[in-house]
Write a protein that binds this ligand. Structure first.
Ligand code: HEM
Length: 611
């Protein structure tokens, strides 16, 4: 470690010892995060596999390609479909085997939902659907053809929905790097390119386009079209459910609206040009909403509000940037619009550890609470409850059928009014312990899986370090006893039952769910520190958010569209002008819609002490 970094690390470590960064005045807390991010950029980006791409002319590729090629300025392959997932740390050095302790024992004793625990008013079911919408834009591990079977040990099998289940191994490809023996290909394009609606290759893109005026296919009722089997026609259809498919449809509408606008201002643009510009704009709108709306609700503190807005607009803020452009560095003017993309010397990819920290299936409830939006008695913006639909009925083809009877507006309002699940122990959806997973083409698989057990197995199979090693690798203070992780006596007893007193054995998923949370955070601090690195990287490494984030590439009106859209509420208002006025009181479309708006605070954000 360089001397300067060693000093910075000592400073960060001291603040960590005092558990203080989130209690410091906003601007000092933000500085701590800036230093931490710098250290992670230096020491937590590991390349996986050789990239044998070629130089190309960026002028010829002023658009996002179908398979993610031609984004990095000097290598056409980086970030394209089929490239390896990267790593943030060396593979696990744990001496424990793949079945130690047995994944189904961990799932049954520590993950299985006892009673649904919700997220209060902070995060609703749109927020839950949104993050699946993002995951399906970014990552999916390629599977091997070899199957594995996991059998529940006798001591617990009577309480398991599946006594055994089969699934495909993760595909591992040999590579010749000294710190790594193999890597796993990503079947999705890791760029923030909207592939969840546009597809991950030429064939996927051909399926969703109308080839008229740049537009994408959509049904008359505003929802996705379906093929003859009832599978939706969209960029990614694997493991879809009604909430996810609804967001795909909403952003197809957004894309088509951008096409309409562009056609008015630039009548000479042909179908291909309209499509390319509209894709750039829609992908940027999605990335912006995620950065300054979704994440701000997930990590609801003033410090993080500053952090996320700095990522997009810079410390000097939106007005300054609009007036003068991106004239200063990333801190003052933001990552978006940087003169050159930055990958910190490691080719862009998303990573194994990032996938592990995004295993958030506990956000999913047992039932969807359907609301009556035709009611005229609901002056308080609280639509009456009609009935509850089991989540199982909302998945896959059956879910698509249900969604078309519910309709887009009723579904959006219902999701908006329902809190999603909390990321905590004993909150893993029961129905996911006997889940019919999908093939990549959206068709049902013959063998159901116990997702809770499978997720424990997956992290071990992919050699993602267990919780304590993960923390050490992220320059965090490891735990030395269960009491360092949680104050909850019941949790400590259950951890002891499964892992004894060996804290090194603790699985990452269990640690992330058990960890004491920072006030306002819906996720653990451990997961957050990795997000800090990756959320910035998705923006700063991408040519279309940096050197090509300009009116030449996006068109002037296209860029204006991105700049004027700040939140998901803006998008909803564009397509359903009455909906939020009628049914939403809160500030963000990701909070429960009948909750209070953010209180007015007259102290400027940068001068606040802490939340
Ligand atoms: C009804 C909704 C959902 C269903 C049916 C579903 C189902 C699945 C299935 C079957 C897998 C593959 C498991 C494996 O073989 O390893 C998976 C992976 C995953 N899911 Fe979900 N999921 C849903 C929602 C979500 C949500 C809300 C999140 C939140 C972040 C999420 C995050 C992930 C992640 C990170 C992976 C790992 C991807 C990879 O291995 O590359 N999913 N999901």
């Amino acid at each position: 470690m360089a001397l300067v970094d060693a000093i910075l690390f000592c400073a960060v470590h001291l603040v960590d010892k005092l558990d203080a960064w989130h209690r410091l005045p906003v601007i000092i807390g933000a500085a701590y995060l800036g230093i931490r991010r710098h250290l992670h950029q230096r020491y937590n980006l590991l390349p996986v596999g050789k990239i044998n791409g070629q130089r190309y002319n960026t002028e010829e590729f002023g658009y996002r390609t179908a398979d993610g090629k031609c984004n990095h300025p000097s290598d056409d392959t980086i970030g394209s479909q089929g490239t390896f997932l990267g790593r943030n740390m060396p593979p696990s050095t744990s001496p424990y085997g793949l079945l130690e302790p047995h994944p189904t024992v961990v799932a049954s004793k520590l993950l299985a939902r006892k009673k649904f625990i919700d997220n209060g008013k902070q995060f609703n079911m749109i927020a839950c659907s949104w993050i699946q919408f993002m995951i399906h834009d970014w990552v999916d591990h390629l599977e091997d053809t070899e199957q594995i079977e996991i059998r529940a040990p006798e001591e617990i099998s009577s309480g398991c929905p599946l006594k055994s289940f089969k699934f495909f191994k993760t595909k591992k490809v040999s590579i010749d790097l000294c710190h790594l023996k193999n890597g796993s290909p990503n079947t999705r394009t890791p760029w923030w390119d909207g592939s969840v609606i546009y597809g991950n290759d030429k064939e996927g893109m051909r399926r969703v386009r109308t080839f008229k005026d740049g537009k994408l296919k959509i049904s008359e009722d505003g929802l996705l079209q379906h093929n003859e089997k009832g599978i939706p026609i969209s960029g990614d259809v694997r493991n879809c459910w009604a909430g996810f498919s609804l967001l795909q449809a909403l952003f197809v509408k957004e894309h088509n609206a951008v096409c309409d606008m562009l056609k008015v201002y630039y009548p000479d643009l042909d179908d291909e040009q309209l499509f390319r510009h509209a894709r750039l704009v829609t992908a940027a709108v999605i990335a912006k909403i995620h950065t300054i709306d979704w994440t701000v609700e997930l990590l609801k503190t003033d410090t993080l509000q500053v952090g996320m807005r700095v990522n997009w607009y810079g410390l000097l803020g939106k007005k300054f940037k609009e007036l003068l452009g991106h004239i200063l560095g990333s801190i003052l003017s933001g990552l978006v619009g940087l003169k050159k993309p930055k990958d910190h010397g490691v080719p862009y990819s998303l990573t194994e550890e990032f996938v592990s920290t995004y295993r958030m299936h506990s956000l999913l409830p047992e039932t969807l609470v359907l609301r009556d939006i035709t009611s005229s008695t609901s002056e308080d913006k609280h639509p009456p409850i009609l009935h509850e639909v089991p989540m199982r009925e909302l998945v896959g083809i059956e879910g698509e059928r249900k969604l078309s009877t519910i309709g887009m507006e009723q579904m959006l309002v219902s999701l908006g009014h329902q809190s999603c699940g909390a990321l905590t122990l004993w909150n893993y959806p029961s129905w996911m312990r006997n889940l019919v997973a999908h093939d990549i083409n959206g068709e049902d698989r013959p063998d159901p899986v116990d997702m809770a057990s499978l997720e424990i197995y997956r992290d071990r199979e992919r050699e993602v370090p267990r919780y304590n090693e993960f923390r050490r690798n992220l320059m965090m203070i490891p735990i030395s006893k269960w009491g360092d992780l949680t104050d909850d006596e019941e949790v400590i007893k259950a951890l002891y039952d499964v892992y004894g007193d060996d804290v090194e054995k603790l699985d990452l998923q269990v640690g992330l769910m058990a960890e004491k949370k920072i006030k306002g955070f819906a996720i653990s601090e451990t997961a957050f520190f990795l997000f800090l690195l990756i959320a910035s990287r998705r923006l700063e490494a991408d040519r279309f958010f940096t050197s090509s984030f300009n009116s030449k590439t996006y068109t002037e009106k296209g860029l204006e569209w991105v700049n004027k859209t700040e939140t998901l509420k803006d998008v909803i208002d564009r397509h359903f002008p009455e909906m939020t006025r009628k049914w939403m009181t809160c500030s963000s479309a990701f909070s429960v819609w009948d909750s209070m708006p953010n209180p007015v605070n007259y102290i400027p954000l940068y001068l606040r002490l802490s939340t």
